[in-house]
Each structure stands twice: as C-alpha cells, then as structure tokens.
Design a protein around this ligand. Sequence first.
Ligand code: SAM
Length: 281
Amino acid sequence: MLSYRHGFHAGNFADVLKHSLLTLAINALKQKDKPFVYIDTHAGAGKYSFKSEFAQKTGEYQQGIARIWAAAQPPEEIKDYLAAIRAENTGKQLVRYPGSPQLVRRLIRAHDRLQLSELHGSDYESLQQLFAGDKQVSVAKEDGLERLSKKLPPIQKRGLILIDPSYEVKSDYSKVVEALQNAHRHFATGVYALWYPIIDRAVTDRMLQRLQATGIPKQLCIEHCVSEDGALRGMTGSGMLFINPPWQLQLQAEALLPWLNQVLTEGRGTWKVDWLVHEAV
Ligand code: SAM
C-alpha cells in the first residue's frame, strides 16, 4: 500500500536540486540532433498546485522553489529550469509546479520521447490525464523499477533514466542498486540519475558504498544538505547520483550549488560534487 504523495513535497529544496540538475542533463542530451528517450521510473502526478491542500499543509515549497523564484540574478545554470516554471505560471504569482514529467516534456524536441511509470492510483490518473493524446509520451501504471531493464536498450540508443523513489520502505535503498546494476548491463551508455534523501546518513552511505562496489564506472555524486546530518530529524539533505553524466555537468553543478546553497539556506548548508567512481575501477 503506497502512502507517499509527492504533492506534499513538490517544489521543496530537494526538488529544486533534482529538477535543476535534470534540466541541465536533458539540455546536454539536446546538443546532439539524434533523438533520445527519457524514462521516469517513479513519475508522480506530473504537475502540482501550491493551492492544493497537500502543498498548503506542509508549505515545503516556501523553503524551496519560492526562494529561487524570488531570487535576484539567477545564474545561467538555473535559467532553463526557471523558464519551465515560469511557463506553468502565467501570472506573477507562483502557484503551479512542474514535476519531473512535465518539466522534461517542456524541454524535449519533437523527435524525443517520454516513458513514465507510476504505481499510485490517483497520481497515475492525474499523470494519464495530463498527457492524454500526447503522442510523444507513454504512461503506464506499473512498477517502474521492475520494468526498467525490459525497456533497455531503447530503440533510440540514447536516453536518460530518472530513478526517483520515495524511500518509504527501507528496501528501496537496496532495490535501486540492483535495478541500476541490471539496467546498466542492458544499456551501459545510458545516462542514469538516481535521487536519494539524506535522512539517516549511515543508510545513505551504505547505498552509495554498494553503488561504488558495483564496478559501474563514471558515477558522479551531487549533494546539498540544508542542515547538519542527524538521524531521525527528517530529511536534512538530498543528492543525485549520475552514471555517465554529461561532460559539462560537474562544472555546471560546481557553479550552481554555491548559489543554491546561498538562496536556500543563507549559506548555512553544505554541498559537494564528487566522483564516487571516476572511470573503470
Ligand atoms: N519523479 C517525480 C518528480 O520529480 O516530480 C516525483 C516522484 S515521487 C518522489 C515517487 C513516486 O513514485 C510516488 O508518486 C509513488 O507513488 C511512486 N512509486 C513508488 N513506488 C513505485 C514503483 N515501484 N513504481 C512506480 N512508481 C512508484
């Protein structure tokens, strides 16, 4: 039984990290004319309203995208992400937020494709309605992790795969490692982006150690913590682990993260951009 609803958390500090880096990675794929597929194993509802009772209850977006929206002189590295959010909000007020599917839909070209998986009944319905009749997007109510390797390699031979579980159940931390290992066996040249929370640092570190031990080369870790690690204090930070990151991403992240940290935490947080595995181990 799934209880997690992304509507409570949409646009929070972790979404800002995930979606700004996702935008940079998608833009890098667009530098070549050849088509690509974007696979989102945990798609959520597709887009969100800050007027919903979910968002109103937690107000998490106030400490996330609302700060970015109001910030002066955003750096080049965040401009396309902000433009996608502006496109959702025709007035001056920030009321709507694109989840990863809607964000990527705004970024792709006519010959690129989206494949979205979502298991939660209501969020699946919203996602399906959002993309009804859109020939570039396929939506399935399925276990995105279990189905992933069956979709690989994609016919385009180019693709970005976002793995973004809620980590509601602890087994998610080991399941994502197995799924990535399996997927990489089928499609070694794909770009993979795994989002992870920092709630209990020891649990996150164990997952990263297991990823390092897979022997999969080119694993880049990009993390932002808004407060100090502290088990059972809720989510204090989050990260994105990229496999085969586009070559510019490291430098772009190194330019973006200090600015994000300043705007989101007044400089009190910490960030890192580090290779977990550089080349072949
Ligand atoms: N990727 C979305 C975004 O950035 O806008 C947010 C996704 S949210 C963190 C995780 C979603 O995964 C939830 O909507 C949940 O219902 C769904 N989910 C959980 N387990 C799943 C599975 N095995 N396969 C597909 N979806 C799953």
